[in-house]
Design a protein around this ligand. Structure first.
Ligand SMILES: Cc1cc2nc3c(=O)[nH]c(=O)nc-3n(C[C@H](O)[C@H](O)[C@H](O)COP(=O)(O)OP(=O)(O)OC[C@H]3O[C@@H](n4cnc5c(N)ncnc54)[C@H](O)[C@@H]3O)c2cc1C
Length: 571
């Protein structure tokens, strides 16, 4: 097997991965950086899908304190306050760097200042944007910069399948990669590794994130003993497009549409948000709108395709087409006209607040293993504010790079690694080729079943019985997955890659269902119909760690109100 040695290995080329690569490379041209991505640089991940924009304090009438308070309120006070503070206090310099160093250009107001628009849950209009396609601007410019750096080696369409540690399991040593194009394995040894694979909300029937994501980073970190946190906290965006079984199913119609005055109707023509939140109606927070829509659908008042209607036609076609060209275009792809007719939408799985627990150095409990962006937990608590996601990935991309550059100063060479561990990783990866193909089920069909079950039992509205059933069913899915046989060449073998995806998805799904079962209250994105109230006894984070082959060690961690108590924010 080919072996490569590098100072810093970065997994993922979203906002976090690309910014981390750039920042590490620029810190010292002698540092070698290897950037590995499952997709293509500039074309993969969710950062490029960012529509609405980026939350940052730029206006002197706004303040970091206000942004911080909004973030805690959104997170229902279980955020790691120090990580949340790092987010808000570093966002201004990051946006400046995005413009001055990376070459992004955000929309301006009539005075030439960066324009900032309103977004849900904010006490000040602080969302920076480039039209309604902000992510493409950020990722395209980052890509240009990364390809200009001599000390960054980029490996595309190559997936990390597992991390490798020293034989004690305490220190990171490298990662085993699978080159999707050739089917060959590659071992990369590194002094520090950043996991930035962007989380994995693609375990639900209706979901928004990019197709290639399957929770790989979080699952890999879990397998080497990293602590996961807040896994029950999964955000559903209220307005995912319903588009049959096409790839557009679940893709997001951005929050700005409701901000601009779009209405939501059920199949009976009722503007149902008037009942659930008479004051804010459609402008209520994501969790409330998503849950209300879901209740309407469950209550038999859904549309023929199982959704509700989003209607902007009363705002005038010209207004809609001028202000939301990207959204109009997206809807046109399914033959509908956002500016002139109601569109069927449904809640869609959008963002995982949970992930790898990190400290202020962006480091996990495994020496040398760092995480940033959606793979990391803590910043958003129980619910992420729209606009804080891309801020997180870029801010923590920079911060993790600074921390890794510091960290490797004291590390003379990559840690020694366990040869046995590497052999086991490869053996396990190729196992499906050694099984009998006759009568083997399809991984794609299995995935559909998993997604359907997760949607029904671990979705927008949860209860204890469903969650217990889900955990049992996930165990059965795991057994079935182990029996799936794969044939054909290893090059671009989509079915094989799906098996590898499902191994990770099932870990994330189990961690989500288990944490959701344990949290006997409702908070933020986590709603239990059997425990519908928020309980102050639950100012805690649920943490999970691998314990033996197929078991989770569970522990709770009280929230440390290091900067503000809930009452300081609410009063
Ligand atoms: C439709 C949509 C709209 C959004 N709009 C907004 C918004 O307006 N504002 C906002 O703040 N946030 C928004 N978000 C959230 C935002 O996109 C994320 O918070 C953030 O961009 C995640 O960045 P990331 O770098 O962590 O991951 P990503 O940008 O998702 O990148 C992950 C990368 O990891 C790679 N990868 C995956 N697995 C592997 C592997 N095994 N090995 C190697 N590489 C791997 C992927 O190919 C990809 O390159 C939106 C999300 C979606 C889905």
């Amino acid at each position: 097997m080919e072996e490569l040695v590098t100072d810093i290995l970065i997994l993922g080329s979203g906002g976090a991965g690309l910014f981390a690569a750039l920042q590490s490379a620029d810190a010292d041209p002698r540092i070698s950086v290897t950037l590995v991505t499952k997709g293509l640089v500039g074309k993969s991940g969710c950062t490029r899908m960012v529509q609405g924009g980026y939350n940052v304090v730029l206006n002197p009438r706004d303040s970091l304190e206000l942004h911080f308070k909004d973030t805690l309120k959104g997170g229902q006070f279980i955020n790691d306050q120090e990580l949340a503070w790092l987010l808000v206090s570093n966002a201004p310099r990051t946006v400046r760097e995005l413009e001055t160093k990376v070459g992004c250009f955000f929309d301006r107001d009539e005075h030439g200042n960066i324009h900032q628009k309103p977004f849900a849950g904010q006490s000040f209009d602080r969302t920076v944007h480039r039209g309604d396609l902000t992510g493409i601007e950020i990722i395209s410019r980052l890509r240009e910069q990364v390809f200009r750096r001599q000390n960054i080696k980029v490996i595309e369409e190559c997936r990390a399948i597992d991390l490798v540690t020293n034989s004690e399991g305490t220190r990171i040593a490298g990662a085993v990669l699978l080159d999707i194009r050739t089917g060959q394995f590659l071992l990369v040894r590194a002094k520090a590794i950043l996991v930035a694979t962007g989380g994995g909300a693609r375990m639900y029937k209706i979901s928004a994130p990019s197709m290639e994501k399957s929770g790989d980073g979080v699952a890999m970190a879990y397998r080497v003993g990293a602590v996961l946190m807040d896994m029950e906290m999964l955000q559903f965006h209220p307005t995912g497009l319903l588009a049959g079984n096409s790839r557009l199913r679940g893709s997001v119609l951005e929050e700005g549409l409701r901000g601009a005055g779009a209405y939501l109707f059920n199949a009976k023509g009722e503007r149902f948000m008037e009942r659930y939140d008479p004051e804010r109606k459609e402008r209520s927070t994501r969790d409330v709108v998503a849950r209300s829509s879901y209740m309407e659908i469950l209550g038999g008042r859904g549309t023929p395709d199982g959704g509700v209607y989003l209607d902007m036609s009363h705002l005038g076609a010209e207004f809609v087409e001028t202000n939301f060209p990207g959204m109009v275009e997206r809807v046109r792809e399914i033959g509908k006209d956002l500016a002139r007719e109601p569109i069927e939408v449904s809640p869609t799985a959008h963002f995982h607040m949970g992930g790898i627990r990190i400290n202020l150095n962006c480091q996990s409990n495994i020496e040398g293993l760092f995480a940033a962006g959606e793979d990391a937990a803590g910043v958003h608590g129980a619910n992420r504010l729209g606009g804080n996601g891309v801020a997180e990935s870029t801010v923590f991309g920079i911060l993790s790079a600074e921390r890794m550059v510091d960290y490797i100063k004291d590390v003379s060479s990559p840690s020694s690694y366990s040869q046995k561990q590497v052999e086991e990783i490869i053996e396990r990866a190729i196992k499906p080729f050694k099984l009998e193909v006759n009568n083997s089920e399809s991984p794609f069909a299995l995935r559909e079943e998993i997604e359907e079950m997760m949607w029904q039992k671990v979705g927008v509205v949860r209860n204890g019985n469903h969650l217990k059933e889900a955990l049992e069913e996930l165990n059965v899915f795991e057994e079935r997955l182990e029996k799936i046989a794969i044939s054909g060449p290893k090059e671009y073998n989509v079915a094989w890659n799906e098996v590898l995806n499902l191994r990770n998805i099932l870990i994330i799904a189990k961690a989500t269902a288990l944490s959701a079962l344990l949290r006997t209250e409702s908070r933020g994105s986590h709603y239990r119909e059997d425990f519908p109230h928020t309980d102050k006894e639950w100012f805690k984070n649920i943490c999970l760690q691998k314990n033996g082959e197929n078991e989770f060690k569970v522990f709770e961690q009280p929230v440390n109100f290091t900067r503000m108590k809930p009452e300081d924010v609410l009063n």
